[in-house]
Ligand binder design. Structure first.
Ligand code: ZN
Length: 408
C-alpha cells in the first residue's frame, strides 16, 4: 500500500472513531461536588465585578492602607463602564515581597479566574500570606469588554496576552507558519456547524497535522500574529489602552520588593480539570530554580516542552521585564484545562471552536441554531458548566496555595 492509501485508511478509521465517540468529558473527574463553589462562580461580568468589590470593601476596613482602584477602558459601547478593578493590600510592616494575582486577560476566561481570586481573598489570604512583609495586588478582569461580551479578545479583536512588551518591536513580527494556514484559520463565509462542515474541518486539520506536524502547527497558531487584524490570535499593531495605566500600577505595587510572584489565571488549554503550571521563560537560572522551589511537588510545563508553546507579547514576561534586573520575579500562568487540548482530537476541537466563534463575529452565522451552538460551545471551552469541573479546579487551587506561600 502506498502512503496515500495508508493515509486515507488512517483517516477513515479516525473519522469513524470520532463519529461513535460519545462525549463524557467528566468521566475522569472522580470528585464530589462541593456546595462551597456556588458562591464563587458568577455567571456574568457585572455580578463578578460587584462580588469582587464587595470583598475589596471588607478588606479596606480590615487592613490599613488598603487601596481599591480601577482603570477605565474606553469603548464604543456607552451602555456601561468597562473597568479593570483592583485591590492593593500593602505589607503591614516592611515590604519584602509582592504577590500579584490577575484574571481575565482573555475576557471570557475571567469567570474562573475571578472565582479563584475571590476564593483567595476570602479563604486563603489571611491563612497563608505573610501580611507583615508581603504586598498583595489582585486585579479583576484585565479585559472587561471581552468578559462582558463573552470573547477572549478585546473590543479591537486583540489577544491582550500577545500585546505586551517594553518596545513596539513585537508588532513587526512575522509568523510565516500562521500565514500558510490563514485560510483554514479565518474562513470568510458565515459560521456553520453542520455534520459535513464539522467533518470537513477535521479532514483539513488532519491533513495539516500530517504534513506539518503537531508541535509546529500548535506553535504557528498559538504564538500570536501581528498581520491579520480580523484573524484569531491577533496581537495588535499598537498597545491596547490598558497598557500604560497597568504598567504604572504594577510599578507602584512592586516598589521596594526583592521578590515578586506574578500569577495570571487562564482557562481552556490542557487536560480537562487539571491545573497546569505554565510559566513564561524565566529571565535567568536563579529565577528558574526559585520557580521550582515555590512550586515544589508540582509539574511545571516550561514553554520549551513539546506539549506547550511559546508566545510573544504576554503579560507575565512583561511584568518581570518592568522591574529591576536584581529583583527575583517569577512569571507564572495557572491554566485550567477544559477540552483535553493536549490530545490531537482535543486540539482540533479547541481550534475549531476558536475559529467558529471568530468567524461568526466577523462574518455572521449561517443560522440562529448555528449561532447558539457555536456560542454555547465557546463558553463551555472557557467556563464549563460542569459542577464537577468547577469543584475540581477550585479545590486543586486551594491545595496549591498552602505550598506556594510556604515557599515564596
Ligand atoms: Zn488564556
Amino acid at each position: 500500500m502506498n502512503n496515500f492509501w495508508k493515509w486515507i485508511l488512517n483517516f477513515i478509521i479516525l473519522l469513524s472513531l470520532l463519529s461513535c465517540a460519545k462525549e463524557d468529558l467528566d468521566a475522569n473527574l472522580r470528585i464530589e461536588i462541593d456546595p462551597r463553589i456556588e458562591k464563587y462562580y458568577k455567571e456574568d461580568y457585572l455580578s463578578s465585578r460587584d462580588a469582587f468589590l464587595e470583598i475589596a470593601k471588607k478588606f479596606s476596613s480590615k487592613f490599613k492602607l488598603t487601596q481599591i482602584g480601577k482603570i477605565s477602558i474606553p469603548s464604543k459601547d456607552k451602555s456601561l463602564e468597562y473597568r479593570v478593578d483592583y485591590i492593593f493590600i500593602p505589607a503591614q510592616r516592611v515590604v519584602e515581597k509582592t504577590f500579584i494575582l490577575t484574571s481575565g486577560i482573555h475576557g471570557i476566561e475571567a469567570f474562573t479566574g475571578a472565582a479563584m481570586q475571590r476564593h483567595f481573598l476570602e479563604e486563603i489570604y489571611e491563612k497563608y500570606v505573610n501580611l507583615q512583609n508581603t504586598n498583595t495586588l489582585v486585579i479583576h478582569a484585565l479585559n472587561p469588554w471581552g468578559f462582558h461580551n463573552l470573547r477572549r479578545v478585546t473590543e479591537n479583536n486583540i489577544d491582550l496576552n500577545r500585546n505586551f512588551g517594553l518596545t513596539k518591536d513585537l508588532f513587526n513580527k512575522k509568523n510565516e507558519g500562521y500565514r500558510a494556514i490563514h485560510e483554514l484559520l479565518n474562513p470568510n463565509s458565515p459560521a456553520d456547524t453542520g455534520f459535513l462542515q464539522d467533518k470537513l474541518f477535521i479532514v483539513k486539520a488532519i491533513y495539516n497535522i500530517a504534513t506539518k506536524g503537531m508541535p509546529a502547527l500548535r506553535q504557528a497558531i498559538l504564538e500570536g500574529q501581528y498581520e491579520i487584524p480580523k484573524g484569531i490570535y491577533f496581537g495588535g499593531q499598537e498597545f491596547e489602552p490598558l497598557r500604560y495605566p497597568l504598567d504604572e500600577l504594577l510599578v507602584k505595587a512592586t516598589l521596594s520588593s526583592k521578590k515578586i510572584l506574578f500569577i495570571d489565571l487562564h482557562t481552556g488549554y490542557g487536560e480537562r480539570g487539571v491545573l497546569h503550571l505554565f510559566p513564561s521563560d524565566p529571565k535567568n537560572e536563579k529565577v528558574k530554580k526559585l520557580t521550582e522551589e515555590v512550586f515544589t511537588g508540582y509539574k511545571i510545563d516550561w514553554a520549551s516542552s513539546d506539549d506547550f508553546y511559546k508566545t510573544t507579547g504576554e503579560l507575565s514576561t512583561h511584568v518581570c521585564d518592568l522591574v529591576a534586573e536584581n529583583v527575583d520575579c517569577i512569571p507564572m500562568v495557572f491554566e485550567y484545562g477544559t477540552l483535553n487540548s493536549q490530545t490531537t482530537l482535543g486540539s482540533i476541537e479547541s481550534i475549531h471552536r476558536t475559529i467558529l466563534e471568530n468567524q461568526g463575529y466577523w462574518e455572521g452565522y449561517a443560522s440562529k441554531e448555528a449561532e447558539k451552538r457555536i456560542k454555547e460551545k465557546y463558553r463551555e471551552m472557557f467556563f464549563p458548566s460542569s459542577k464537577k469541573w468547577r469543584t475540581k479546579v477550585l479545590l486543586d487551587t486551594e491545595k496549591i496555595w498552602g505550598n506556594v506561600f510556604k515557599n515564596f
